[in-house]
Write a protein that binds this ligand. Structure first.
Ligand SMILES: [Zn+2]
Length: 428
């Protein structure tokens, strides 16, 4: 049996609620033992994690791998970017071309995903053809491998259709993830209303997100669990907090850019600052940070949205929405949340690993106790490095290039094997 001993790291385990300097013995792809001064069995490889933080592998519930239909990324390059970012499990969004809306396509890509050395899961569209008109065949899509339902990229706006989707997802026993945005309000907007750049570029009224969030909370109250994707507004997180206080089955997500950047940071000459929802005001960023700190936000996901350089160079108005995120997830969370704001490492482990694993129904992921899958992310909290100009992702549309950050992955293990080490993914 393949064995690996990870020694002397600060082991952060949300399952037991502890962070302790410990050793981890991995056997056959699972965590076999946790303890101090564990002896390496004969022939066992060992890795010294002294001075490093050892997290359960990150679970990113919001990734666009762009396959099929675009040259911006592939399943393989997304998996390499994930490994480099400390993400050992990722859920792909269905807004591909054609969309992941048929059982045949789900089966084909589930088979391909299963060959990758990190855990890649597929979501399926809520509506047939992701067209927002009628429900997809939830039971057949689940049978074909779907782990969640979402129309991400768009939002099923029809309230009757959405309520039916929430009920169908609950009946299928899978999470319903919504991109909360009413496009009738967004119109041709590209930046946050009220921001300095909105004097030069068309604005998106915050109601585009907020009204959809309120609709989704109402659907959760009436019909079943709803997960709110990429929340960016103070009003949205306030509504989520109130809904949770009422005991409603609703969970929320945000992304590193919403607690790191604001609409004041936008360079209108650089469409790498263009994403959906748009960057918001400093007050919104503070509210999102507070909601992350107090547990209102359940998970941090990247919304990794690679785009070809030639498309991003079309200018702020014409370029597509979205930024890459997998490779900057860990250092942004460590630098912005743990080091600058003093959030605990255990909270980070819940936001990045345990909570998304629970949302997606992955029972042996998100913890570091014996019996859990040996998916492990080892970070260096001290060494500062600039975000590079080039990425392992096929695309490089990141607004964070050149930014000095700490908390970069040093070693990443999935199913007991190194998938990232010596500064590069260990597969090609
Ligand atoms: Zn979205």
């Amino acid at each position: 049996m393949r064995r690996l001993l990870l020694k002397n790291g600060l082991v952060i385990d949300p399952f037991s609620g502890t962070e302790t300097k410990n050793d981890l013995l991995i056997e056959g792809g699972r965590i076999a033992r946790v303890g101090s001064a564990l002896k390496a069995p004969a022939g066992c490889e060992s890795f010294d994690a002294g001075g490093l933080w050892v997290f359960p592998g990150f679970v990113d519930a919001h990734v666009h791998a762009r396959e099929p239909g675009s040259a911006a990324e592939t399943l393989l390059t997304a998996a390499r970017a994930a490994a480099a970012g400390g993400v050992t499990s990722l859920l792909l969004m269905p807004n591909t071309d054609p969309p992941m809306a048929t059982a045949a396509l789900l089966r084909k890509y589930s088979k391909r995903a299963a060959l990758l050395p990190v855990n890649v899961y597929l979501s399926a569209a809520i509506t047939a053809g992701r067209a927002g008109k009628k429900l997809a065949a939830f039971a057949a899509l689940k049978k074909a491998g779907a782990k969640a339902f979402t129309d991400d990229g768009t939002c099923p706006e029809d309230p009757g259709l959405f309520a039916a989707a929430v009920r169908a997802a609950a009946a299928a026993g899978l999470p319903l993830l919504d991109h909360p945005e009413f496009f009738s309000i967004t119109g041709a907007g590209v930046v946050n209303a009220g921001s300095p750049v909105s004097r030069r570029l068309p604005a998106i009224a915050p109601e585009a997100e907020y009204f959809a969030v309120l609709r989704d909370i109402a659907a959760a109250a009436a019909s079943g669990p709803v997960h709110l994707q990429h929340l960016s507004l103070a009003a949205s997180v306030d509504a989520l907090r109130a809904a949770k206080a009422c005991g409603l089955p609703v969970t929320g997500e945000t992304c590193p850019h919403y607690f790191t950047l604001t609409d004041r940071d936008i360079n209108p000459a650089n469409a790498d600052f263009k994403m959906k929802p748009p960057l918001r005001s400093p007050a919104d960023r503070e509210a999102v940070l507070a909601a992350v700190a107090d547990g209102t936000i359940d998970i941090i996901a990247t919304d990794h949205a690679p785009h070809e350089r030639r498309l991003k160079e079309k200018g702020f108005l014409a370029a597509p929405f979205g930024i890459t995120g997998l490779e900057t997830l860990a250092p942004l969370c460590v630098t912005e949340l743990a080091l600058k704001r003093g959030l605990s490492k255990l909270l980070l482990a819940r936001l990045l690993s345990a909570n998304p694993a629970r949302l997606l129904g992955l029972p042996r992921k998100g913890g570091l106790a014996p019996g859990f899958d040996a998916d492990i992310t080892v970070l260096d909290p001290r060494r500062s490095r600039r975000v590079p100009q080039k990425f392992f992702s096929l695309s490089d549309n990141s607004p964070f290039k050149g930014r000095s950050l700490k908390g970069w992955p040093v070693a990443v293990i999935a199913r007991g094997l190194f998938v990232f080490r010596y500064g590069r993914p260990q597969f090609c």
